[in-house]
Design a protein. Structure first.
Length: 420
């Protein structure tokens, strides 16, 4: 039997209403903050991710779904949304838009060849936002406040916002030098990946899951001490504004993020909820001041975050928060005879074309079973069509919640439901 590919899932109707609810809310919150939707292709030139996300990252080295197309181009299913949005900003010359920053959001599937684990999929849906074109701590704070707003609006409580500053390119270069000096003498005690990271991207050693508890990780120099005055001032302003808004956070100097494009503000939102699982990160993001230039764009800066709906759902489940089910249909038409079934078909056609949601029995079931079906479909009203009803073109419209009935012509039934 052919099965769904490893690390992917079917989202069946008993779950898809939750996705609809979440996506609708995310669209509404994006609108509150004045972010507009962007849709980019599901695949891009491989080169985009190699240059933007970084050749030394796990994403590029191990996790990309890369293939040659029939024209011998190397393409990659997008593993994340920031690089494609940056590519589109450059290609569509959005730096000339009258309004800056350009504020965009997306809800889109991403693909990473990762080991399957609770909360980790090979295809997952990210909601992400990007504000590109202006460097201002106020925008960093807007992004962080939107992030917290999203999670809190679902009623989640066990949240921990962790922030750090990676500084500008200059600070980062100084810091990387210090890390190389710190780790080099004993790098052979570290995992194979870290032994490569010391040359390609020493900061990533701080984030290694295998070497997390090594004493040298704990005693590593702190990035804060290597931030130049400008970077420090930027970080201090962001923190002060977060305090003003009473947005709670912790500073973690070891937070470096898994993608290479970050500068200054970097952050992750974690779930503290019991039962959420081992992967506690709900959302990650940060500022990326050099990214556009890295892919031949203008010297414009940006900041954003992305969360996966899969992990948001896990967090809701862990905190016992239910998502309201979709409402049922407006009317269920029960039928007693074959002829009544024909008439019901015509009636449904008219009801639906006037915007009323309606259904009937297609399995020739007994009236009792049809009533049960109407209940299952959460029908607000029912009618029963038999010979009398066909002759008189009238039926008893029954409101299921109250049991109240009213005899009406078919046309009156349609009009009543359309008005409701
Ligand atoms: P990221 O940290 O790689 O950042 O991913 C962001 C979020 O996507 C994670 O916090 C998690 O919720 C979700 N996620 C990542 N991998 C998986 C997976 N395999 N299964 C389920 N969920 C996953 C980025 O992607 C950046 N583009 C975020 C960003 C936007 N930075 C600036 N702007």
């Amino acid at each position: 039997m052919i099965q769904v590919p490893r690390g992917t899932q079917d989202i069946l109707p008993k779950e898809s209403y939750k996705w609809q609810f979440i996506e609708k809310k995310l669209h509404e919150i994006a609108k509150n903050y004045n972010y507009d939707e962007i849709r980019t292709p599901m695949f891009e030139s491989t080169d985009l991710f190699v240059r933007a996300v970084g050749g030394s990252t796990d994403i590029v080295n191990k996790e990309m779904y890369t293939f040659q197309d029939k024209g011998d181009r190397s393409l990659t299913l997008r593993p994340e949304g920031t690089a494609p949005v940056a590519r589109s900003y450059i290609e569509n010359k959005m730096q000339h838009n009258v309004e800056q920053p350009v504020k965009l959001f997306y809800v889109a599937p991403m693909f990473r060849y990762e080991r399957k684990q609770k909360g980790r999929y090979r295809q997952f849906v990210q909601f992400g936002v990007e504000a590109i074109g202006v460097e201002d701590p106020l925008i960093d704070v807007e992004i962080l406040s939107m992030l917290m707003h999203i999670y809190q609006s679902f009623g989640l409580k066990n949240l921990k916002l962790v922030i750090n500053s990676i500084g500008d390119i200059d600070s980062r270069t100084q810091y990387n030098k210090a890390l190389v000096e710190h780790f080099s003498p004993r790098i052979d005690e570290f995992c194979h990946d870290c032994q490569t990271r010391i040359d390609s991207n020493p900061m990533r050693i701080l984030d290694c899951k295998k070497d997390h508890d090594h004493e040298l990780v704990k005693s590593a120099p702190r990035i804060y001490d290597y931030l130049n005055d400008e970077s420090k001032a930027y970080f201090e302003t962001v923190k002060a504004k977060l305090d003003e808004l009473d947005i709670k956070y912790e500073v973690d100097y070891n937070l470096v993020r898994g993608l290479d494009y970050y500068t200054h503000t970097a952050f992750e939102l974690m779930s503290d909820a019991e039962g959420f699982g081992a992967i506690t990160t709900l959302c990650g993001g940060g500022r990326y001041n050099g990214l556009l230039e890295m892919i031949d764009g203008p010297a414009k800066t940006g900041i954003g975050f992305a969360l996966s709906i899969e992990r948001l759902l896990l967090a809701l489940e862990a905190e016992g928060i239910d998502i309201p089910e979709n409402k049922g249909i407006d009317i269920y038409v029960c039928t007693m005879t074959d002829q009544a079934r024909d008439t019901a078909g015509t009636l449904l056609h008219k009801l639906r074309s006037r915007g009323v949601s309606a259904d009937m029995d297609y399995e020739n079931r007994k009236l009792k079973a049809q009533m049960k079906d109407a209940d299952r479909k959460k029908a607000r009203y029912t009618i029963v069509l038999g010979e009398d009803e066909l002759q008189s073109s009238q039926a008893e419209l029954k409101e299921m919640a109250t049991g109240e009935t009213k005899k009406l012509s078919f046309e009156e039934i349609i009009n009543t439901l359309e008005e409701l």
